[in-house]
Ligand binder design. Structure first.
Ligand code: ZN
Length: 134
């Protein structure tokens, strides 16, 4: 993702995209570690910026106004053509929000955000007709 869009998401959702070391709730005895997100940032194209932005707005709203827990992203990347948004702290409703965003990503070009489809050739990726070749 471009540095400008990366910075915008971090600025808008500082509690979701923290660079702080975080502990894994499944392993409370282990020390807090930097997450893959803290090390690598957003490992996907600019075309999914609005999708991630809308997801985070919804997640943060559920926390601020609905009493839901604070979600902390541990890794955000493209895998097999779709968005993978790994996070700690979500409840079942927030997990559903994340699953929906991941599903929608398989229909949005990762380069530009226009309607796209999953293409399976040497790489699996989601692209609009204009960006199928790259
Ligand atoms: Zn495109």
């Amino acid at each position: 993702m471009s540095p400008e869009l990366d910075a915008r998401l971090r600025a808008n959702y500082p509690l979701i995209f923290t660079a702080e070391s975080i502990s894994d709730p499944g392993y409370p005895d282990l020390p807090a570690m930097p997450s893959a997100f803290a090390s690598w940032g957003f490992e996907c194209g600019d075309g999914w910026f609005d999708l991630i932005d809308a997801l985070c707005a919804t997640l943060q709203n559920a926390t601020a106004n609905g009493g839901a827990p604070q979600v902390v992203a541990t890794q955000v990347k493209e895998k097999f053509g779709v968005l993978r948004f790994y996070a700690n702290g979500h409840n079942a409703v927030q997990e559903g929000m994340i699953e929906l965003a991941e599903m929608i990503s398989s229909r949005l070009c990762e380069v530009c955000g226009n309607r796209g489809r999953v293409i399976r050739d040497e790489w699996i990726r989601t692209r609009c007709p204009e960006h199928e070749q790259n």
